[in-house]
Design a protein around this ligand. Sequence first.
Ligand code: BTN
Length: 277
Amino acid sequence: MLPFGALVIVVMALRKHPMTSIDTVGSYLDQMDIPAWRFFPMVGSTNDMALNWAKQGAPDWTLVVADAQTTGRGRAGRHWITEPGCALAFSLVFRLSPDEVAYYARLAALGGLGLIYALEGLGLRGSLKWPNDVLLSGAKVGGVLVESSWLADQLEAAVIGIGVNVSFGSVPPAEELRYPAIDIQSALGEPVDRWSLLAQIVHGLRKYRNILAEDAFVAACNQYLSWRDEWVRFQRPGEQPQRVRIIGIMSDGRLSVETQDDRKFDVLNGEIIMRDD
Ligand code: BTN
């Protein structure tokens, strides 16, 4: 039998990071009207699991969720840390219809809009930081990584991976971050149920996927775009940062910006710099 002191430590640890059982998650996932799901207490990357499953025939809207990830990744090969019990890390398999394939470049924004929809349900106003982040109170609350599986030159499936900082402990220490970050619990001032949040994000993804090919989708991106019409520091790969004014997201997913010498261009790759250095 455990001595009383040890028992207190175990209980405190579990209160900080409650163990997530498949039963807890499963009862939510079963109600989400998705064709197939897998839950992992710990996994390398849910995107890898979803990509592998897609290759084996996973249907549209298949969901892979993990309580924790050991080798989660973000854009540009960056690490994405997912500690147990406090974050959402999941990936969805999308079998794009021939009509949707043309709008592949909108999928990162689709992931962001799904999260923004769920935040709105909590009374919080999130915004899209082009190309793949969601901000809350000017700090990163979630990120989206879109990857795909190909058969020769045919797109087999797209995988939308979403990571969300939900509660205390999900935001890595400031010295490990390249940008300000926040969790939803801190912004809201109360605990948030991860699995109902996940269900709401999936609702949001359904809502916006239904209009993926429409102008209304681009309008929604611009409605929620961070720093629209504002001047920011922007860096294109291999170039020095420069000040640009953000004009908006274009129909093809590129970001339209204007430089201080009145030149306008649309960028496919680049980063809005949130640090002050
Ligand atoms: C970014 O901010 O650059 C994107 C982060 C995306 C992280 C999510 S967590 C679930 C899925 N699995 C991964 O390995 N990455 C995505």
